[in-house]
Design a protein around this ligand. Structure first.
Ligand SMILES: Cc1cc2nc3c(=O)[nH]c(=O)nc-3n(C[C@H](O)[C@H](O)[C@H](O)COP(=O)(O)OP(=O)(O)OC[C@H]3O[C@@H](n4cnc5c(N)ncnc54)[C@H](O)[C@@H]3O)c2cc1C
Length: 352
């Protein structure tokens, strides 16, 4: 079997890369092991223009936010699903300093940070003595709908192998690659945190970050906003279900869920929510983060037939569509990849 591109991984990166390559008429095959703990399966899907306690504007957001909205709308349209919704963040101030910081940000004229006029609007659901503000626009990518829908499409086209990719079977000598009876012009790794096991890219400065979240049933809580007070409560596709999280842990022994996260999150929820809730799931996974918080996109400096789309860290939902398109345009039209993201900034390390 001959194809243009073999893609390893069908997280959000492999999904958009296969989508854009097919749009350009390229034949693809995706190999994915369907792991339940991949971050794309447990992410909230939030596409947020500001980040952290200081509400810092996210890298490339003015380009990325409209691009992400359009990209999810387009793939959703093709698959006849809703792949993205606008869900602005109601930010409840946890302490006076955070409120002060928020107000100061509004006074700078920031286009994403706004006052929320109806301060008592959420009184029946939440305890919040210090008021709230609004971050908008914020989007939620519905990965729980999108990933299986795209997977089914690939399966129907015989373009997905559900198995572990075994690198020992890869023959990457010459200018094509061969794998278990398959010949491809290129192989592109979209394998998330497992790329640091990959002999071609393991020297890149990956810094995996562990994240845990809960899924809770909260009957009666309106699902049109994301609620934030230190942690986030994010409406899921199914009515009354909410994603709650997340933790950011740099030092960890394994990727498993911990009792400590569950207990402390439940405690916070009990104090914050005025209405009953029931935890129904506890998830955990590793974000493919990088030391300098920028992605790895492009082709290996020595092996031009081997590429990567990875390192999306905490921002895969917004960055993956943008860089999947950029990598596709690079491959098809030789257009450049953004300098900060181009994996060739590590050419010396990769050549070792
Ligand atoms: C708790 C949590 C919350 C998050 N929330 C958000 C959020 O709200 N917004 C946001 O933008 N980002 C969020 N993220 C980050 C986001 O999930 C990641 O940036 C993104 O999912 C990375 O996607 P990926 O496709 O690069 O990797 P992955 O999701 O890891 O996908 C890689 C795929 O490749 C498969 N694979 C790997 N190796 C092999 C192999 N050898 N053979 C076969 N298959 C293989 C894996 O099983 C997986 O399916 C969150 C992450 C976590 C952990």
């Amino acid at each position: 079997m001959n194809i243009d591109v073999l893609i390893i991984g069908q997280g959000i990166c492999g999904t958009f890369l296969s989508y854009y390559l097919q749009k350009e008429g390229k034949t693809v095959l995706v190999i994915d092991d369907n792991s339940r703990s991949s971050p794309s399966k447990i992410a909230a899907g939030i596409i947020n223009p500001v980040t952290g306690r200081r509400l810092v504007t996210v890298w490339m957001v003015d380009e990325n936010l409209p691009f992400a909205w359009q990209a999810y709308q387009a793939i959703g349209h093709d698959l006849e699903i809703t792949a993205i919704s606008q869900k602005n963040i109601i930010d409840f101030f946890p302490n006076p300093f955070m409120r002060e910081g928020f107000v100061q940000k509004i006074e700078t004229g920031d286009k994403y940070v706004h006052a929320y006029p109806e301060q008592n609007h959420f009184n029946s659901y939440f305890n919040y003595d210090l008021g709230c503000g609004e971050i908008r626009p914020v989007y939620t990518a519905h990965l729980e709908t999108l990933l299986p829908a795209w997977r089914s499409r690939l399966q129907k086209e015989n373009a997905l192998w559900e198995e572990d990719f075994e690198i020992d079977h890869l023959d990457a000598h010459g200018d094509k690659i061969h794998y278990k009876g398959l010949t491809a012009e290129k192989i592109i790794y979209c394998d998330g945190a497992r790329s640091n096991e990959n002999p071609y890219f393991k020297n890149l400065p990956f810094a995996p970050n562990k994240g845990e979240s809960l899924v809770a049933e909260i009957p009666g809580l309106p699902g049109m906003h994301i609620y934030k007070k230190g942690m986030m409560i994010v409406p899921m596709v199914e009515k009354d279900l909410f994603w709650i999280g997340a933790s950011y842990v740099w030092n960890f022994d394994n990727a498993d869920p911990t009792e400590a996260f569950r207990e402390s999150t439940e405690q916070v929820l009990k104090q914050w929510l005025k209405i009953p809730f029931r935890i129904i799931e506890h998830r955990s996974g590793l974000r493919p983060a990088t030391l300098e918080r920028r992605p790895f996109v492009g082709f290996h400096p020595l092996h031009k037939q081997i590429g990567i789309l990875n390192g999306m860290g905490t921002k895969g939902c917004s960055l993956a569509p943008f860089f999947a398109k950029q990598l596709t345009d690079h491959l098809v039209y030789q257009l450049p990849i953004a300098k900060d993201a181009d994996v060739n900034r590590f050419a010396k390390i990769l050549a070792r």
